[in-house]
Design a protein around this ligand. Sequence first.
Ligand SMILES: [Mn+2]
Length: 391
Amino acid sequence: MLTFIHVSDLHIDRSFQAPDEAFETLRDINGFVLENIIDNAIEKQVNFVIFAGDTFHQARTSIQTQAHFIDQVKRLEEYGIPVILSFGNHDYYDKNRYWFEFPSNVYLFESESVDTIRLDFEHSGEKVAISGFSYTHPIITESKLPDFPERDLASTYHIGVYHGENAPKGRFAPFSLSDMKEKGYDYWALGHIHVPMTLSDEMSYIAYPGTPQGHNKKENQVAGILHVTLEDNRVKKVYPIPVAQVLYHHLTIDLRESENLVQAQKAITDVLAAQTIYTLSLDQTHNLDDEFVYSVQSGELLDFLNEKFWVDSVQIIDREKESKFNLFIDEELVLNLVKEEDMKAVRNEMRANMPSELFELFDEDFSAELQESIYKEIKQEYELTGVQYEN
Ligand SMILES: [Mn+2]
């Protein structure tokens, strides 16, 4: 029996879509996810680990990120666990960009030609052939399947590593599923698609683990890394191990039971959890008044929630943005704020930075129009008190 871990699309160095309050914590999260993966490989005593591309978000990986990755795979070297590393369209391989040697347990697919790595496991007498390639450019328009060798009959298991898309045409090594199955391999360790997906659980097991750590609100379906067991000449078991440190969650909160702000505040904060970046929708808000609507639409509620939780956005979904906020200021004051002299200053500044041929477009009329449109904008958004603006 042999076991291995299949990882893809880690995108280390990719930034997170998140509220400012989360940035400090999120900075190191990608590194923790990698450490979590290595911990799992050691704990589960797997026989090898496959990285099926886009381990790094960029082809030019920072020195710190390289050093951290090398440190982590060295931990596997101590346990004699081989690492098979293939590069995808994001982290396409250029040897000259690496500041460190990979340790002896790391097997690289270094080029776009298909190569086969052979691992012999003396404890069980099993042999594994692993065929794959790396991107050395961001785009590969042809299927790489014709270059993959026939199933190696001298090996107990044959695994394919393939970063690409299951499509008739495309820019990321497009392949056909039937061609892939025809190779007769036991397992295909796919990469590229961020949503976890099993394309075949027949004799050839073909799967995308998906990204183990989402980086934006679209990546809210995360499974983790795949733990695969090979036994009796076939894939016996495949299951995901979650390793994400932060989750994205779109949540709709029903507020029909909330009759005042106190109840609404409790209903919202009670369902929020830590280590989750939320996109919140508030529904059935009919029992709540303008004060509630103002607090949501002005961003005040969002700021409050972000003192304790991570909320990317919050919106009311069951009513139009109908009510205007009362500014309790005089209309005349607003008019003074957008004074004619200021408009002239704006106009002069704009003219200073443009070719003289355009000067005549930015004349006195332009200033007046600008002033009026700013005023109208404010009138549309807010309820003002005091004198009426006649014009
Ligand atoms: Mn990719």
